[in-house]
Each structure stands twice: as structure tokens, then as C-alpha cells.
Design a protein around this ligand. Structure first.
Ligand SMILES: [Zn+2]
Ligand SMILES: [Zn+2]
Length: 444
């Protein structure tokens, strides 16, 4: 078979996409992500998809993050007529993410939108849901989804080319691999064999800290309970917000924080995502499933308030009581958290807990770097808040986890590293050769 990476290459982490062509000439597409980050990078989204879309015999989506699904509606503009395969939770989450993306694009005064909400709805009439660990025949290919343990419904994909007489017959595409054990989703499935492995390398050069995020969340909430003030937790709407609610639920039920301390989940997107998580208990890990069966919904607890409208959100900014606000965006690069930042960062009683990766140039990164002033909505905002951070909640595998996942796959002749900056890719390549003896490694 032939594998052509058409995104997330050259040290770019976003825009994931691969074209897979069988020996007899049939092609499928795996992922069609959006490029995200700098304006130069985002310009790449405007280019036509680098394949003959009308000839594709199908497409596969590994998971619902925008950097993997964000350009899928464009496929239809380019003549795609076949089915798109994904797990049921991925279908629901991707629909939410793509409708939101179309909505944001429609409000952008400077760029023509790639697609609108009608295009997203059309796209989902092509979707067929699939189960994990079940063979699916698409033309020349046998496809199998495995749990990647990254976010709800995420998958690694095995692709067997039944038309190949010699050479590479079987490929594995990692998708994004989880930081197992995760709070909600199951551990990453072990895959046992492949000729070629295409894998992500986001954290190919580092190890995650071993600290327990729940302890950090507890001490931050205890601090505002004794001293007053507001705890801001910027969080992504998918997975991270639900994990935070799960932790706070445990702390409340074991009386490690006060039952009456209000916790606001601010944002319709996070609330809708949480409702999707509640729909799929069969995708939970053992501990989360046990919680669900014994105490009911682990993301619900006394004092939790879901904020819907922008007006309710504004109102929160004038509320002097001790409270927790969980809101997006996760890197403080837009969304409901920004208004809270304007109001609360100048107050010395405010605490900010950063729970995810913060890209260069975002307000979140500036806070971590100790900025005394940050620019929000063209205003300079003084920072007197207390800033702390945990990196232990990452939903990506670190170097050791990436190596462990790869080491269980037998017969690997070639490894292709994508979805990573050049430093992490090179560091991971060196480790793969040193520890697993694989020397044929491509950094496309
Ligand atoms: Zn992802
Ligand atoms: Zn990704």
C-alpha cells in the first residue's frame, strides 16, 4: 500500500490527514483536520485537499478534535460521495465541534468561511458509526478501530490492504494516543502487529509529571474557601471540562471541599459536550463506570451551576462570593473565560489554575510566564491573581507511553512520525531506534 501524509507534517502539529492507496489503486482518507495556530498556518486551510476526492472509496475519522475533523465538510465540496466511518461518541462530539467551527467562521469579518452549518449537516448524512475491534470491509481494505484512550470515542486504526501481494500489507495509524490511565476513558488498546506504523509525536521528547491533579484542585478550592475570592480554571470543552467536574465531584462527596462552594461551568459548548459524555457509559473506564453505577452521574454534584446565556455569564463577573468558574477556551485565547479574566485578574484574591498546554502567544502562556499585565480586548489588564499549574492532566501520551504502545506491535518495518514539532519528533525517533532497534523512521 501507499501512504501519503497530507497534513500535520514538517513539524506542524495540526491539520492531520493521510491518504491510503491500495496496491490495486483504491484510496481512503484518514482524518481531515484543520490547521490551527498562526495566521500563516491557518491560510493552509484554504488550499484544495491534495487528493482526488471524488475517487475516494471512504473516509475515516479517528476522533472529534478540530485538528483531526475540522476540514471534513470541504470533502463534499470536492466531490466526495462515499461514507465516513467513526465511533458513535465521535459522531456526536464531531458534530458539536464542526457546528461550532462553522458558527465561529460565520462571525469572522476578515475571512470567507470554509463551510457553513448546512455543509456540516450534509456531511453527517454520510456518517456510518462503527464499534471498536470489529472488522469493517471497505473495498480492498479491512479496517479495525481500537480505543486510543485519548478522548471519548477516540480510535487508532488498523488498515489491511487485501490487494497487496507483497511489501507493506498492514498499517496502523495511532490517531492521538491517550495519557493512560485517564480519568474517564479506557486505557489505550494494545495493537499486536503491523508492517508500518504512522504515529503522533506531540510529547515525543518529554515525560509527564506524576503529581495528582485532584490534590492540586483541592488545595486551590480550599484556598478560596478560607480566603475568599474566585478560582478560574480555563478548560477545553471536550474531555478536560468533564474531568474537572469529575474531580470536583469526588472532592465534594468526600467533604474535602465545602458542599456549598458554587462551581460554574460557563459555556454552552462544554455543557453540550458533558451531555454527550453522559450518553455513553459503555465507553467509560472501570472506575468511572463504577462511579456511574454507585453514585450516579460522576460529573454532577451539589453546587454545580451550568451557565447558558452570555448575560448570566456577565452577571457572574459581579459576584463577590467565593466560587469556582470553569470556562473555555482552555488556552485563554477567546471564549467566556476572557471576560472573567478582565474582571478577576486584577484582584489579589483571584486564583487561576492552568490545567492544559498553553501555546505561545496566548494569555494563558503569558500568565504562566509571570506577566504583570496582559492585553485582552485591546485593554491592558493588571495581573494580581495567584497563578498555578498542573501538567498532569494532559490527554496525550508522553515519550514513555508512546514507546510502550509502539513496542507491543510486532513486525514493524517502518515508522512514520507526524503530529509533532521537529524537536519532539527527532527525540522520539532516536529513542525508537535505541530501544526498539527500528531504523527505518520517516519524518514527513
Ligand atoms: Zn486529539
Ligand atoms: Zn491531534
Amino acid at each position: 500500500m501507499k501512504i501519503t501524509p497530507i497534513g500535520a507534517t514538517q513539524g506542524i502539529v495540526t491539520g492531520s490527514s493521510y491518504l491510503v492507496t491500495s496496491d490495486s489503486g483504491e484510496s481512503i482518507l484518514i482524518d481531515l483536520g484543520m490547521y490551527q495556530g498562526s495566521p500563516e498556518l491557518e491560510k493552509l486551510n484554504q488550499l484544495p485537499i491534495d487528493c482526488n476526492c471524488s475517487q475516494l472509496i471512504g473516509a475515516i475519522l479517528t476522533h472529534a478534535h478540530l485538528d483531526h475533523c475540522g476540514r471534513l465538510p470541504v470533502l463534499l465540496h470536492q466531490g466526495f460521495t462515499q461514507k465516513i466511518y467513526m465511533t458513535a461518541p465521535t459522531k456526536d462530539l464531531a458534530e458539536l465541534v464542526l457546528l461550532d467551527s462553522a458558527h465561529i467562521a460565520s462571525e469572522d469579518k476578515f475571512h470567507a468561511p470554509l463551510y457553513n452549518q448546512d455543509d456540516v449537516n450534509k456531511l453527517f448524512s454520510h456518517v456510518q458509526t462503527v464499534d471498536y475491534e470489529t472488522d469493517l470491509i471497505i473495498g480492498d481494505f479491512t479496517i479495525r478501530f481500537n480505543d486510543a484512550g485519548h478522548i471519548l470515542g477516540s480510535a487508532s486504526i488498523e488498515v489491511l490492504d487485501n490487494s497487496a501481494a507483497s511489501g507493506f500489507k498492514k498499517a496502523v495509524f495511532s490517531g492521538d494516543l491517550g495519557n493512560s490511565p485517564e480519568d474517564i476513558v479506557r486505557p489505550t488498546d494494545v495493537i499486536t502487529s503491523a508492517d508500518v506504523v504512522v504515529m503522533e509525536s506531540t510529547y515525543g521528547d518529554r515525560l509527564h509529571p506524576q503529581e495528582k491533579p485532584i490534590n492540586m484542585i483541592q488545595s486551590e478550592i480550599n484556598a478560596i474557601e478560607t480566603e475568599g475570592g474566585t478560582l478560574l480554571i480555563p478548560a477545553f470543552s471536550l474531555e478536560r471540562s468533564q474531568e474537572i467536574l469529575h474531580h470536583i465531584g469526588h472532592l465534594k462527596r468526600s467533604s474535602l471541599i465545602k458542599a456549598e462552594t458554587p462551581v460554574y461551568l460557563d459555556g454552552p459548548m462544554a455543557e453540550k459536550a458533558t451531555a454527550i459524555y453522559e450518553k455513553y457509559p459503555q465507553y467509560y473506564n472501570q472506575e468511572f463506570e463504577h462511579d456511574f453505577e454507585t453514585i450516579g452521574n460522576p460529573m454532577q454534584f451539589e453546587g454545580l451551576v451550568m451557565i447558558q446565556s452570555g448575560r448570566e455569564s456577565q452577571h457572574l463577573s459581579k459576584d463577590p462570593q467565593a466560587k469556582v468558574i470553569v470556562a473555555g477556551s482552555g488556552m485563554m485565547s477567546g471564549g467566556r473565560i476572557m471576560n472573567h479574566a478582565v474582571n478577576y485578574l486584577p484582584l489579589a484574591s483571584t486564583r487561576v489554575l492552568i490545567v492544559g498546554y498553553q501555546a505561545e502567544g496566548t494569555v494563558g502562556r503569558q500568565l504562566l510566564d509571570g506577566a504583570k499585565y496582559v492585553d485582552i480586548y485591546d485593554k491592558s489588564i493588571e495581573v494580581n491573581a495567584h497563578i498555578s499549574e498542573t501538567q498532569a492532566m494532559s490527554s496525550h501520551a508522553d515519550q514513555a507511553q508512546l514507546l510502550k504502545w509502539l513496542s507491543s506491535i510486532q513486525g514493524v518495518k517502518q515508522v512514520i512520525l507526524a503530529h509533532g514539532e521537529d524537536g519532539p519528533r527527532q527525540a522520539l525517533a532516536a529513542k525508537i531506534t535505541e530501544q526498539l532497534g527500528i531504523t527505518d523512521i520517516l519524518l514527513p
